[in-house]
Design a protein around this ligand. Structure first.
Ligand code: HEC
Length: 526
């Protein structure tokens, strides 16, 4: 069946070979008007015009007529599925980058702005977040398919190696992207993630500081992760996607497991149309799933990272959960084996697969050793993954804290967007509603300005609202001087009430002067 399609197809697609002197002469001799006439094959003159200049016909032939041993199959759709989601990540990522500012001061506010204010911003961000998970899932399916089919056999070592590089790059994208929103979970998960290498001797600490841009997580970390996520890794991905495809084209698709990897014998079918349609089915499915998730379950954003929070329990995204669980089992001197030797051995075995599993036998049931090891590692990863979630669910203290963190993120999502206010920004913002004359009047009391400075720089307004007007999170403070004289207020800061702690008001170490300034500001008319 496949054989009968091909010759027919070629006749239609190929048309006259490019560079045919007769065709070119004819085209050159014809007056401009005539060149626009439809070509013999039903092509419009515009197409021919373009083909004469670009060789697009040959390119299309190259792209679409790839012969597939044994015909089109759904098993082969994952590679192009990955390419599709990657392109979607580039498009959605570019939109996010229009608003995002990679610095510890602004990252969270800009992501909150995207999520809460920008038209369809939450939808686009969610597509990007779910797209990242989709990349990992489809990459795993692609790896399982090509491994089980033995598609790396028959002079295809470099195809496999370039694929390994691409998989590492996908994981790198997931890791670097996770920090960028700079919310609590991003901050603490990345703190753990970047700390892992420091457990290793000799170069461990250097790797950690290289990733963080110092000993702590901060603006330098964000800019490093941002550059890696937006320029460095995607650049390499484009390069390696090109390499992977070129090598795959050169080696030709391996076909079904019964096909001889060195000397293919099965009849072939061109890539277009049936394989293209199968590939597009996956792309369509991804569009439906990703946009459905993004629409009905928008990706959440938690409160801004607070490095002083000692309660927060870090948890990575699901694709790093098994690794996270694995780390729990290794302590003391064994750490080197657990997080150094064993993962390194698995990674090396994985990369060397085409050099270790060398026979031309492709059927998985005839390759018990390599398929057995592969299955063992895969099942181990799944077991660790499940165990991680079970551990969390079975420890009531942890479960409660995780539920609280979830709740805090939900509450943050419901809050209206709060723009950043720096220095005299509240006055500037109010100037819009007040008369220009009033706005231009200088602050009568320097204490008021000092108090305002404290109030904004300590994020009091995040909970107590602008000018201490009060929010659902914390009570009104304007006019607090009537309630507490400065000594009592200072005492309150030093001995916060249970309600203040319950509302997560940080513990501040203020001086009497600070407190007087705060009161002056809060008592001044706004
Ligand atoms: C994380 C949120 C949060 C932040 C940030 C915060 N507070 Fe509070 N604050 C609270 C909560 C919650 C309460 C207690 C509410 C209650 O008693 O019902 C409170 C109570 C207070 C009270 C006592 C109010 C009263 O009527 O008894 C004062 C005064 C106060 N905060 C001042 C400040 C100042 C000044 C800052 C900044 C330096 C600040 N807070 C930052 C959440 C916050």
């Amino acid at each position: 069946m496949a054989e009968s399609i091909e010759p027919e197809f070629r006749k239609i697609k190929q048309g006259p070979p490019r560079g045919d002197p007769i065709v070119e002469e004819a085209a050159a001799a014809a007056p401009a008007g005539q060149a626009a006439e439809p070509a013999e094959s039903g092509r419009s003159g515009l197409w021919k015009w373009l083909d004469d200049r670009t060789g697009i016909d040959a390119l299309m032939h190259e792209a679409l007529d790839e012969p597939i041993s044994g015909g089109a199959r759904y098993a082969y759709i994952f590679g192009s599925g990955l390419l599709f989601v990657f392109l979607s990540q580039i498009v959605t990522g570019t939109f996010l980058a229009l608003y995002y500012v990679p610095s510890a001061d602004h990252a969270h506010t800009t992501v909150a702005y995207i999520t809460k204010e920008v038209a369809a911003g939450s939808f686009l961000r969610s597509l990007h977040v779910y797209g990242a998970s989709a990349m990992v899932i489809i990459a795993l399916l692609h790896i399982c398919q090509t491994f089980l089919y033995g598609s790396f056999k028959g002079r295809r070592e470099l195809v496999w190696l370039s694929g390994c590089v691409l998989f590492a790059l996908v994981l790198g994208m997931a890791f670097t992207g996770y920090l960028l929103p700079w919310d609590q979970k991003a901050y603490f998960a990345t703190a753990v993630g970047t700390n892992v290498p420091s457990e290793l001797p000799v170069f461990g600490n250097a790797v950690k500081e290289l990733m963080r841009g110092g000993t702590e997580l901060g603006t330098l970390t964000i800019s490093r992760f941002f550059v890696a996520h937006v320029f460095f890794i995607p650049g390499f991905m484009l390069l390696f996607i090109g390499t992977h495809l070129m090598l795959m084209r050169k080696a030709r698709p391996a076909g079904p497991v019964s096909e001889d990897p060195f000397n293919p014998k099965l009849p072939t079918e061109p890539f277009y149309p049936r394989q293209v349609i199968k590939d597009l089915t996956l792309a369509l499915l991804m569009i439906v799933i990703l946009s459905g998730l993004a629409f009905f379950y928008p990706a959440s954003l938690g409160p801004e990272a607070n490095p002083a929070d000692t309660q927060f329990l870090p948890r990575p995204e699901w694709y790093y959960r098994s690794l996270f669980q694995w780390l729990k089992y290794w302590h003391g001197g064994a750490v080197v084996i657990g997080i150094g030797v064993i993962p390194a051995v698995i990674a090396i075995l994985f990369v060397l697969v085409p050099f270790l599993d060398r026979k031309s036998e492709r059927r998985p049931w005839r390759r018990p050793l390599s398929v057995g090891i592969f299955a063992f590692v895969l099942i181990g990863i799944v077991v660790l993954e499940v165990q991680s979630y079970r551990d969390d669910a079975h420890d009531p203290v942890i479960a409660q804290q995780l539920a609280l963190q979830e709740k805090q993120a939900e509450d943050f999502m419901k809050e209206p967007f709060k723009p950043e206010t720096v220095g005299s920004a509240p006055e500037a913002a109010e100037a819009g509603s007040k008369s220009a004359a009033a706005a231009a009047a200088p602050a009568p009391n320097p204490l008021v300005a000092q108090g305002e400075q404290i109030f904004t720089s300590h994020a009091c307004l995040a909970c107590h609202g602008q000018g201490g007007a009060g929010t659902p999170l914390a009570p009104r403070l304007a006019g607090i001087g009537q309630k507490y004289p400065p000594e009592k207020l200072l005492d309150l800061f030093n001995h916060p009430t249970a309600k203040m702690d319950a509302g997560h008001m940080p513990h501040f170490q203020f001086t009497m002067d600070d407190v007087k300034a705060i009161e002056a500001y809060l008592d001044a008319p706004h």
